[in-house]
Ligand binder design. Sequence first.
Ligand SMILES: [Zn+2]
Length: 508
Amino acid sequence: MNEKELKLFMKKVDKKPLPKKWDDFVNKITIKHNVIHKNRAVCTCTNCNNKFDTGKIKIGDLATCPHCKNKYAVMGGYLYYRGQSFEESVIVCQKINKQIVVRVIEIYTYFNRIKGEMKTTTQEYARIIAGVGTFLSDATYFFMGHQHIYHNVKNSYWRKYEGCREYPSLRAFPYNKKRLIKGTNLEYAPIDEFLSENYMYNFVDAVLLASYPHFESMWKMGLKNLAKSADKFKKTGTFQKVYGLSKSLLPFMIENNIDYRDYQVLKIIKEPNFTAMKDFRNVNLNRLRKLNKKVRITKHSAICAELCNHEQKDLDYILKYTKLNKLVKYKQIVNNFYLYKDYLKFIEKLGFDMTDTKYLYPKNLKELHDKYESELTIKQNMEIVTKIYERFLDLSNYIYENDKYIIYPAPQFESFEEESRMQHNCVRQYAESHANSETEIYFMRDKTNMDESLVTVEYRDGLIIQQQQKSHEQTTKEQAEFLNKWLKFRNKKRRIIFEKPERTLFVA
Ligand SMILES: [Zn+2]
């Protein structure tokens, strides 16, 4: 059905009246769309409009109206200021020009506060054309995942709906099943057979499914699970054209009664390999397609499935060093993908030869992962120790003293730990930024008590941006004056950096 045909057909549906007993059907539903309004000693039933004595009835109860005998919720004064409404969507199955159409209609009842009574309106908002698809009208809109229906909308435009709302499972206006399919191409379709084996589907589901051109042939061939996705096969012609697969695969497909997901995998692997089909059942198919271009995925399905299930960036990282055709033979990676990724990162940082297969595919992955992890930690600590000492040399011309105090740059890694222990402050985390020249950390001491921490100073961009005392005490006036003088000294004095000797010179 092209756009023009669709428009024409929708006009025919517009002209087709709803079934004769439609109003009775609506009344049967809306009779439940009522409440009992309680005003002190008097109750009013919105269904029959009769009044009766409240008796023991309380707001919030479910009570039976003594006149119409229906059971309704009892509401108080808030019925008048907040209102009340009910809604239910139903379907009407019709046949127009041998074409089955399912019309979805909302029945909406609301409390009219001026007249003090319930009012009902109906609005058709969706149509399912069997074998074609589902269409929504202007009356339907979605807000935050919820479907809302405008009423009193004249449907003029229908848009295709690909979402997953299950309109066919709504309450249906009673119809004769045989009469519905009589004269259509579904008259002899295996609908009853299908329903007897698939209790999750109702008659309307089955009719809609059976309307797709390949349903019947799939069912009869024995592709019973695949037939449930008959709507996804739109091409016509040979087996190869319809399924995009060689017909030689048909016996395999039937034998395993494959479903649509299996079919998608099969389309990639293109060979009757049950293990691979199951291994790839839950993987990201786009990644599987990519792998398939580079390696024989069915031969290494467990590993390829593992590789497909991880983030592309992690996979890319691993493939930066390894070759896919070698990686798929490396069994230790199964269920150990992240361990392996970390392992590669460790040996990369430790400076291993990343082209050497004996490092790339170790026999005892777990053991070496742990070993290199601790080696890396030690190496990184060593680096910091060296850097901090180099920093001390760089900054040592800012050492400053008077009779009482002295201030000097952090001399070594351990001094950070010591300082933070004595002061209970967080100087330890500065060790790294100090080592990396992002900030400068100085220690101020009392010259008569050099072993004890006094003030820790952080200097950056010409300012003391932090000064920490033991347990966050305040600096005394005397200490503050000393720090001020040092700051002037620090800012005035040009930084003299002696060039570092080339380390390679020492190697020989
Ligand atoms: Zn009543």
